[in-house]
Design a binder for this molecule. Structure first.
Ligand code: GLN
Length: 487
C-alpha cells in the first residue's frame, strides 16, 4: 500500500478500495519499523493520525470528501502545529507547544490530510545535510547501510517520503532546502514562487527568502499538494495577491515543440560529477528530440549568488532569531541578572551553525560593514533577479542541475564553507524569488538518484511543473519505497 502515489491513493480512496484508516495504519506500522533508524520524524502523532483518518473515512462514506482526504503526510517541524510540539530541530524550542496553527498546516487540515508527525530538519533550517538538527540527522533510505545524507534542511521529509514513511509532505526552501534533499533522494521538490505559499506560523529563518513548498514522489503529487498550499494570506505581509497566484492540481501538458528551453551559460564551467553531466545531457537531448528549442541564456552574476546569499540569509536570521531570549517562549536558563539570562539561554539553546550565522549576520549589518557587505549583496541580488527576468524573454523555462552529484555520506568531513558551496545551483532562485522544481532525472553509476531543476518566471509555477513532468517521464526513475528500502 505504501508504494501508492498520492494520485493513485486518492483514486482508491474515492472508489473505497482502501480506507484512510488502513492507509494510515500501513504508514504508522512502517514508522514503527523504520522510523528510529531513519530518524526522519522528530515527533510522531499516531493518535492524531488515526483520528484524522477516521474523520476522512466518515467523509468518504457520505461523499463529502475533501481535496486530499485521508492522505498521510509529514509536516516539516518548522510549521507551528497547535497542541503539537514544534521544535525547528533546536534545543531552544525542544518543548515548545504552539497555541496556534500555521497557515500551511491549517490548509492541510482543511483539505483532509492525516498528520503522521513532524519531520526532522536542520536546526532552524540552517544546513544542507540536516546534521545541525538537535535531534540528530535523518538518514537517506537509498543504500541505507552507507548512511548517506537525505539532504537538508528538509531532510526528514525526504527521508520519510522516499522510504514510504509518508505519502508526501512539506518543506521550506530558503536557499535550496526543498530541492537539494529531493534531488538526492529521487523525489520531486518544488520551491514555488516566493509569496504564493504563506510563511505565517512557519518559524522564520530569512524572511525574504523562506518559501514553503511540497515534496512528493511524482510531479502530479507535488501539484496536488501545491494546489492546497498556495493562496493569498491576509495575515502575511509578503503574501502574493490572489490574482497573481495561478496554481491547480492538474499539471499542464506542455507541447515540447512550442518550448524554448534555456541552459545557463555560467553553469557550464561549474564542475559537476560525470553522472550528473550525463543525466543533464541526456534529458536536454530528449527535450530536443521532442522538438523543443534549446537556447543558451546568461545570468552574469549567478556565481556570485552564493556570496550574496550567505550575507543576506545570515543578516535576516540574526534579526529573526533575536526573539529567542528566554522570556516569551522556548528554553530559559536563569542567570544572575537579565543580561546574564539572555546569554546563558542563547548559549545553551542554539547549536554551533546557528550561532555562526547570527555572528555573521550581526557583523554584516554592523555600521562599518553594512555598505560593503549587506548593500553590495542586495545589489547583486537585484542584478540576479533582473538577469532572470531578461533570460525569460529569450526562453520559457530553464533547466539546470539541482546539485553537483549524488548523496554524500553523513560523516563527510566538510568545512562550513564547503557545505555552503553545495548550494551553488539553488540559491540564485531564492534571491530572484522565481519558482524552481527539482525532478528525478537519472541514475548515477553508484545506483543513486540525480535531480535536475526546472526554473520559470515568477508565477509560472504550473509551467515549471509541466516541464518537470516531461523530464520525469523521460527519466522514468523507479522511486517506489519498497524498491528503495524493502518491505
Ligand atoms: N543550505 C542552505 C543554508 O544552509 C539552504 C537552507 C534552506 O534552504 N533552508 O542556508
Amino acid at each position: 500500500m505504501i508504494d501508492l502515489t498520492i494520485t493513485q491513493a486518492l483514486e482508491k480512496l474515492k472508489k473505497r478500495e482502501i480506507s484512510a484508516t488502513e492507509l494510515t495504519r500501513a504508514y504508522l506500522d512502517r514508522i514503527e519499523k523504520f522510523g528510529k533508524d531513519l530518524n526522519c520524524y522528530i515527533t510522531v502523532t499516531p493518535e492524531r493520525a488515526l483520528a484524522d483518518a477516521a474523520a476522512a473515512d466518515a467523509r468518504y462514506a457520505t461523499d463529502s470528501a475533501l481535496a486530499l482526504d485521508g492522505l498521510p503526510i509529514g509536516m516539516k517541524d518548522l510549521f507551528a502545529t497547535r497542541g503539537i510540539r514544534t521544535t525547528a530541530a533546536s534545543r531552544m524550542l525542544e518543548n515548545f507547544i504552539p497555541e496556534y496553527e500555521s497557515t500551511i498546516s491549517q490548509k492541510f487540515i482543511d483539505s483532509g490530510t492525516v498528520l503522521l508527525g513532524k519531520t526532522n530538519l536542520d536546526e532552524f533550517a540552517m544546513g544542507t545535510f540536516s546534521k545541525t538538527s538537535y535531534f540528530g540527522a535523518p538518514v537517506n533510505p537509498w543504500q541505507m547501510e552507507k548512511r548517506l545524507t537525505a539532504g537538508g534542511s528538509s531532510g526528514g521529509a525526504t527521508s520519510a517520503i522516499a522510504s514510504g514513511l509518508a505519502i508526501g509532505g512539506t518543506g521550506t526552501d530558503t536557499g535550496g532546502s526543498i530541492r537539494f534533499p529531493a534531488s538526492i533522494t529521487g523525489l520531486v521538490g518544488m520551491k514555488p514562487t516566493y509569496g504564493i505559499c504563506s510563511r505565517w506560523g512557519c518559524v522564520a529563518f530569512a524572511s525574504s527568502l523562506d518559501t514553503p513548498g511540497p515534496i512528493a514522489r511524482t510531479v502530479d503529487d507535488a501539484a496536488a499538494l501545491l494546489a492546497v498550499m498556495a493562496g493569498h494570506d491576509p495575515k502575511e505581509s509578503t503574501s502574493a495577491r490572489t490574482e497573481d497566484i495561478n496554481v491547480s492540481a492538474t499539471v499542464p501538458a506542455l507541447v515540447p515543440k512550442t518550448l524554448r528551453i534555456g541552459v545557463i551559460k555560467e553553469f557550464a564551467d561549474v564542475e559537476i560529477s560525470a553522472d550528473m553531466k550525463k543525466a543533464f545531457d541526456a534529458r536536454i537531448a530528449d527535450l530536443k528530440s521532442m522538438g523543443a528549442e534549446i537556447v543558451e541564456v546568461s545570468i552574469p552574476n549567478i556565481l556570485d549568488a552564493l556570496a550574496a546569499y550567505y550575507i543576506i540569509a545570515p543578516a535576516e536570521a540574526s534579526s529573526n532569531l533575536a526573539r529567542y531570549d528566554g522570556m516569551k517562549y522556548g528554553l530559559r536558563v536563569d542567570g544572575a541578572d537579565l543580561i546574564d539570562t539572555y546569554k546563558k539561554t542563547r548559549a545553551a539553546g542554539f547549536g554551533d551553525e546557528v550561532k555562526r550565522r547570527m555572528i555573521i549576520g550581526t557583523a554584516v549589518l554592523s555600521s562599518e560593514s553594512y555598505d560593503v557587505y549587506f548593500m553590495q549583496a542586495a545589489r547583486v541580488r537585484r542584478m540576479i533577479a533582473d538577469s532572470f527576468r531578461d533570460a525569460f524573454e529569450k526562453c520559457d523555462l530553464i533547466v539546470c542541475p539541482s546539485a553537483s552529484g549524488t548523496a554524500l555520506p553523513l560523516d563527510s568531513d566538510l568545512s562550513p564553507l564547503e557545505y555552503y558551496a553545495l548550494d551553488l545551483f539553488t540559491v540564485a532562485m531564492n534571491l530572484a524569488g522565481v519558482p524552481a522544481c527539482s525532478v528525478p532525472a537519472g541514475m548515477a553509476e553508484n545506483g543513486l538518484p540525480l535531480g535536475l531543476q526546472v526554473v520559470g518566471p515568477r508565477f509560472a509555477d504550473m509551467r515549471v511543473l509541466g516541464l518537470a513532468k516531461l523530464i520525469e517521464t523521460a527519466a522514468a526513475l523507479d522511486n517506489r519505497p519498497t524498491k528503495i528500502m524493502g518491505k
